[in-house]
Design a protein around this ligand. Structure first.
Ligand SMILES: [Zn+2]
Length: 294
């Protein structure tokens, strides 16, 4: 079987890792590496019409906000801090004020990030593949939430900031989307992309059990070079920032997949270790890339 690279179409690809969908179906998958553009991709790759069944889990959309106890409390608290961190990364530059910014969150889910941004002065717009999520977010935010197919109908230079928080790795047609973002982003706008980083210490430690491989929901797996390469023709890198909380969350999930006891404590331990190692290597568990338009 030839596994062409889904981005650059190269046939020069080879197996990188064998693993399972540990989160849901326990089905077998492989990850291949493209020798030309360095992208890692999941194979076999469920098409747009088949992938829905891999999301059929109550856990995936984490609606656990009403649970009581220490862990849910901590989760909620971390989520809040994380949200502020994300917002600060997306809006830290002085290129644009925080007020009256038109923000599009692509893959907005039920609109948590948009809700935070709205409270901080942004005009918010969302986009999501899930009809339920769109309806929920539109009602909560009183905002326009698009189906991905609607993006092509929007006018040029519509948005000042476009964010994707752990979304790009789920998108089937990345090349097409890059072009669309370039068209709908204002000339001095920013494109903000957060993805897991398989060059991190926690990825190396957990190997096939690393929760951020999350096959087949994650169709791609990025490191700095391959991620920047995808945007190279249309966008220029402004900066890269870490999402340090992700190391803890991903390590805890990975411990669960490894059937280890005390996954919470061990996850804390390895999450901390990953962040510590990354101080030197800069290979944090999750990275945020901020781009400007060329
Ligand atoms: Zn390639």
């Amino acid at each position: 079987m030839i596994n062409n690279c889904p981005f650059c179409k190269s046939e020069n690809t080879k197996q990188y890792l064998k693993l399972k969908d540990y989160f849901l179906t326990q089905e077998d998958f492989e990850i291949y590496e493209c020798a030309d553009c360095k992208l890692l991709f999941t194979t076999p790759r469920p098409g747009k019409s088949e992938i829905g069944r891999y999301y059929k889990s109550e856990n995936y959309l984490s609606h656990n906000e009403h649970r009581k106890g220490f862990v849910p409390w901590l989760y909620k608290h971390v989520k809040k801090v994380n949200m502020k961190n994300k917002f600060d990364i997306a809006f830290a530059d002085d290129y644009v004020g925080r007020d009256k910014v038109r923000l599009l969150d692509y893959g907005c889910g039920v609109g948590d990030f948009l809700s935070y941004a709205k409270r901080h002065g942004c005009f918010v717009y969302g986009c999501d593949t899930s009809e339920d999520a769109r309806r929920f977010a539109a009602e909560k935010l009183k905002a326009e939430i698009y189906d991905p197919s609607e993006l092509s109908t929007l006018p040029d230079w519509r948005f000042d900031v476009i964010t994707l928080w752990h979304v790009l790795e789920h998108v089937h047609d990345i090349g097409e989307l890059v072009n669309e973002f370039h068209r709908i982003l204002a000339d001095n706008g920013r494109l903000v992309i957060a993805v897991p980083n398989y060059k991190s210490y926690d990825a190396a430690h957990y190997k096939d059990k690393w929760a951020a491989y999350d096959v087949p929901r994650h169709l791609y797996h990025f490191h700095k070079e391959s991620l920047i390469n995808i945007f190279r023709d249309k966008f220029k890198l402004v900066k890269i920032k870490p999402l340090k909380w992700d190391a803890f969350y991903i390590s805890m999930m990975s411990e669960k997949y490894s059937d280890n006891r005390n996954s919470f404590i061990k996850g804390l331990f390895y999450g901390r270790k990953s962040n510590k190692k990354a101080k030197k290597t800069k290979e944090y568990s999750s990275l945020v890339y901020v781009f400007s338009k060329i």
